[in-house]
Ligand binder design. Structure first.
Ligand code: 5GP
Ligand code: MG
Length: 179
């Protein structure tokens, strides 16, 4: 860890695992067994990997796709504009979509992805995020399924990076002194 930087655990691995099981139950109750989980890369890859297996235990048979949006780069402040880097390759017309992100902050990324996918003649789209920072919201978006609400702190771990570091951590930490 660079000097001046400190990582405090917010959610350890067992706490996340329990919440992911609960989320899967909520999702299957609301959406049924046939859905396509679309993860936003790169941040959502660890969460999505755990979520699809929890969905299996909850009785669902989810398809899996990914969208890649432009990222923060190396800092902690969003560039404010979202760009599509990689699209869903398959035809998703007629499917029920669960859009999955790691964290919803301003809401711009997930709102952008939801708008893009809704143009594809899908049956239904719901949004799911492991972490929600509602105090930072800039667009009118309330995720349908939320793992944990977090205050306005910079988080990392469990797939979420700070300047491409920390993705490998099994839990989620608040990075203090992050620039
Ligand atoms: P939004 O478009 O909602 O402002 O931001 C969404 C994306 O910004 C998230 O999917 C995540 O990749 C990144 N992000 C937002 N807050 C944080 C944070 O506290 N830590 C990290 N590492 N990324 C964040
Ligand atoms: Mg993300």
């Amino acid at each position: 860890m660079p000097p001046g930087e400190d990582a405090r655990v917010l959610f350890d691995a067992p706490t996340i695992a329990r919440r992911v099981e609960g989320l899967a139950d909520e999702i299957v109750a609301a959406m049924g067994e046939r859905l396509v989980a679309v993860g936003l890369l790169k941040g959502a890859f660890v969460f999505l990997a755990d979520l699809i297996r929890a969905l299996d235990r909850a009785g669902a048979r989810p398809g899996v796709e990914f969208l890649r949006l432009s990222s923060y780069g190396l800092g902690t402040v969003s560039a404010g504009q979202v760009h599509l880097i990689g699209d869903v390759p398959t035809d998703i017309a007629g499917r029920r979509i669960l859009l999955v992100d790691d964290i919803v902050d301003t809401g711009r990324s997930i709102a952008y992805a939801a708008t893009l996918l809704r143009q594809r003649d899908i049956t239904d789209l719901k949004t799911c995020t492991l972490l929600d920072k509602p105090s930072r919201r800039e667009v009118d978006l309330v995720p349908d399924f939320v793992g944990f609400e977090v205050p306005d702190v910079f988080v990392a771990g469990y797939g979420i990076d700070y300047a491409e570091r920390y993705r490998h951590l099994p839990g989620i930490v608040a990075v203090e002194g992050a620039k």
